[in-house]
Design a protein around this ligand. Structure first.
Ligand code: NAP
Length: 557
């Protein structure tokens, strides 16, 4: 039987997607199975199909990818740290080597601008991969803790205990449609799982299959160039008649040990339920939607209402409001500053042109959520239209921005007003008195972020809000906007439910590696049988403290 072409050979010199999944370092054969579901991406800026016909992975292909990952999991996990780091660094290089073809293709499949939006997303993915490589080299992510033996302890001696994080095994990764590069095929979940020592099987997103496959080719080339076992990475196309099925079958596969998901609340929770119902339940780290409330305090509002309106409008409508950190709720108290702010904000929403949405499905969900918000009791449309006309087939997939307004009493009476409206819309909740903002902060759902806009006379109120918002958000922002997630060790991209199902985790920064690990303790093991991280000779362990509890050093940037 002729060998399937290698991704490297197929994409040299001009990389192009083929529409075929990549398993064990090679494209799957066309016609490998008769039960193939074909689909094509849609260019939402034109409303016309783009890219090649793509073939959703079959059950047999899913099984092959998962089994290969399981087979090679131990070999990959036990590679020297330097080799794993070199692999991650090489993925970054291969992605850069795709040049401007990558953002251009992502733009054609998502309608997001190639520059600067998608080019900077590509650079962000590269930075993530390199910072994961750095973390792997440094080794502190494994959080070794050494409790030395105390043979003289009374009444009984204390054993030697050494604890370290070990990789879980194959991780299934689901990327989001709105970040086709940085939260997709080689995005933060894949980078952190590979850093932890886990093989990865990516379920491609049907909204950007070509972009996903092109990046998968880059990962595969990097794996070949750095001598990785072939099961370390696979990419499965999903879409058409097999939409949902490929992902569900992957999550149910017995070889899969954990799931990384970025996407909608409905999708994340569906997969979390599937994982919990398996004969052997597995962890799912689902990063889901978020409303990202902003609290505008009176002194700050009266100082610069127009400037604040401009900054928050830009943040709420960035990428047509299709970012998980776009602010969707503005809380403010009646007053001159609030009036001036709302007037300026309404004018910006009113003047805004229709925006290209990611897909007809995302547009339709935006339109229906917006319509039901606008119909809710006590809600008025301040700017824009609540009814979004459906674009004709073959025409651009657009939607118009909208600003809604309500009172705190109406907001409290209807929990549906606090749900994410994924698109260029925001709801202003006007309170009677500044202190009502504290009550508002105590009734909002969990979010990725919460923002406090304050000036010094607002100090006491800002402090009260901070304390109420800590349990409700993963990242608190002072006098800024929530969009723009820095890739850095201190970053927390996560938050309480419903923003995620795992409030203990961050999807961004080296601490994201922890998600794909579990702790193991070695009791009284001789040095020669201990993993590298726990040996006395490990330079990290020279820093251990007197009470024998080791605190990992802060990873440097
Ligand atoms: P989505 O519709 O949930 O799709 C994401 C993935 O989930 C798709 O690959 C889809 O696979 C899969 N999926 C969804 N429902 C499923 C089900 N019932 N069974 C199996 N698989 C299922 O989300 P999206 O439209 O791509 O992304 C937009 C959402 O992501 C927004 O809500 C946004 O706020 C959120 N988001 C969150 C973050 C974060 O970090 N928290 C970042 C970016 C985006 P199939 O296509 O095969 O069905």
């Amino acid at each position: 039987m002729p060998q399937p072409p290698s991704p490297k050979a197929a994409h040299a010199p001009t990389p192009t997607p083929t529409g075929r999944s990549i398993i064990e370092g090679a494209f799957v054969e066309a016609g490998e199975s008769v039960s193939r579901a074909a689909f094509r991406a849609l260019n939402p800026a034109t409303g016309t199909p783009t890219g090649p016909e793509c073939f959703a992975a079959t059950p047999a292909e899913i099984d092959r990818a998962a089994r290969a990952a399981e087979r090679d999991a131990r070999a990959y996990a036990s590679l020297p740290r330097e080799k794993r780091a070199a692999f991650l660094g090489r993925i970054a290089d291969e992605i850069l080597a795709l040049g401007e073809a990558l953002p251009a293709l992502a733009a054609a499949e998502t309608g997001l601008p190639a520059s600067p939006r998608l080019a900077s997303e590509r650079d962000r993915a590269v930075l993530q991969l390199r910072s994961m490589a750095h973390a792997v080299r440094e080794g502190a992510w494994a959080e070794p803790i050494l409790d030395h033996a105390d043979p003289d302890r009374k009444p009984i001696p204390r054993p030697d205990l050494r604890r370290v994080l070990v990789p879980l095994g194959p991780v299934a990764v689901f990327g989001a449609g709105n970040f086709p590069i940085a939260y997709s095929t080689a995005g933060t979940d894949t980078a952190s799982a590979l850093a932890a020592g886990c093989p990865v099987v990516v379920k491609g997103h049907p909204g950007h299959p070509g972009t996903g496959e092109l990046v998968a080719q880059a990962v595969t080339d990097a794996a070949v160039a750095t001598g990785m076992p072939t099961g370390v990475f696979a990419f499965l196309h999903a879409g058409g008649a097999r939409e949902n099925h490929v992902g569900a079958e992957l999550v149910r596969h017995p070889a899969v040990a954990a799931v990384g998901f970025t996407g909608s609340h409905a999708g994340g929770m569906a997969l979390a339920r599937l994982a919990a119902d398996r004969p052997v339940p597995i962890p799912v780290f689902a990063e889901m939607g978020s409303v990202n409330p902003v609290f505008l305090l009176p002194a700050a509002l009266s100082r610069d209402p127009v400037g604040l309106a401009e900054r928050l409008f830009a943040s709420a409508t960035a990428s047509a409001g299709q970012m998980c950190t776009c602010p969707g709720l503005f809380f403010l108290a009646r007053g001159d500053g609030a009036d001036a702010f709302l007037k300026a904000l309404a004018s910006l929403f009113h003047r805004a042109e229709p925006m290209v949405m990611l897909s007809p499905r995302v547009r339709a969900l935006y339109a229906s959520t917006l319509a039901s918000l606008a119909k809710a009791k006590g809600v008025e449309v301040r700017a824009g239209a609540a009814e979004q006309p459906e674009p004709r087939p073959g025409s651009p997939v657009t939607a118009s921005p909208a600003l809604l307004r309500t009172t705190l009493a109406a907001f409290e009476a209807d929990p549906a007003l606090a749900r994410e409206c994924f698109g260029p819309a925001a709801l202003a909740v006007v309170c009677d008195r500044p202190d009502d903002l504290l009550h508002a902060a105590s009734i909002i759902p969990g979010s990725l972020t919460a923002t406090i806009i304050s000036a010094s006379p607002d100090g006491a109120l800002a402090l009260g809000l901070r304390d109420l918002l800590i349990p409700r958000a993963g990242r608190l922002i002072s006098n800024g906007v929530p969009t723009g997630v820095e890739v850095a060790p201190a970053m927390v991209h996560g938050g309480p439910y419903p923003a995620t199902n795992r409030p203990d985790a961050s999807a961004v920064g080296p601490t994201a590696i922890r998600r794909w690990t579990r702790p193991v303790c070695f009791q009284n093991f001789p040095d020669e049988l201990l993993p590298h991280e726990l040996k006395d000779a490990n330079p990290l362990n020279l820093a251990r403290s007197e009470d024998a509890v080791y605190t990992p050093p802060r990873p440097s940037r």
